[in-house]
Design a protein around this ligand. Structure first.
Ligand code: 5GP
Length: 190
């Protein structure tokens, strides 16, 4: 039987904006007087990074990377490549990776190691959502927006099949028997 999904609101726009403001204040305080480059991970982190940088009170440079993953079945994120590298010089700079969500930790582990090759002064990590339940590699987050134990979430940059990125709040997709709900045959395991 085809799977159907409904959206259940998890975090309101107001909650997200409040937390993003707090993160921006902490980052601005911690990086005072340093050469900071925010490296956003496309596409999911674009809204989070934009809101974060608008609230920061120190000079900052912004760059983006895009990663692709290949494989099959539930191991689909097993092989990761960089499809758009960072373009700013990172040697000697303080790099802050800005991610939408950390799930298994494979993407972040790969990205940290890949950016390390450019010899930045430091690499730290800021993630909007830490989804800890399916972690495969240990990840130490320096700035975390929200901890969500499990489930598949959308909105505020996060998509399902390229839908829902534009929503200002964050929703969990849940299975439902309502035949009018979102069809979800291609959804990854939650
Ligand atoms: P990881 O390598 O940590 O397993 O995966 C991180 C990436 O998987 C995220 O950047 C995001 O693209 C995707 N991802 C993991 N969990 C979710 C989720 O709940 N919702 C959405 N939309 N993407 C997710």
């Amino acid at each position: 039987m085809p799977r159907s999904l409904k959206k259940v609101r998890l975090l309101s726009s107001r909650e997200i904006q409040k937390r993003v403001g707090e993160l921006a204040r902490s980052i601005s305080r911690d990086y005072q007087g340093r050469e900071l480059v925010l490296v956003g991970v496309l596409n999911g982190a674009f809204i989070f990074l934009a809101d974060l940088v608008k609230r920061m009170t120190i000079p900052v440079q912004v760059d983006f990377v895009r990663l692709s993953s290949y494989g099959s079945g539930s191991e689909s994120r097993g092989r990761i490549t960089v499809s758009k590298p960072a373009e700013l010089p990172l040697a000697g700079k303080s790099v802050l990776i800005v991610e939408d969500i950390i799930d298994t930790g494979l993407t972040l582990d790969f990205l940290s190691r890949s950016l390390q090759e450019q010899h930045p002064e430091s690499i730290r990590i800021c993630a909007l959502v830490d989804k800890s339940e399916r972690r495969k590699l240990p990840v130490s987050l320096d700035y975390t927006g929200f901890v969500v134990p499990s489930g598949f979430i959308v909105g505020y940059g996060l998509d399902f099949d390229e839908q829902f990125r534009q929503l200002p709040a964050i929703y969990r997709l849940e299975e439902t028997l309502d035949p009018g709900a979102i069809r979800a045959d291609s959804m990854p395991p939650m």
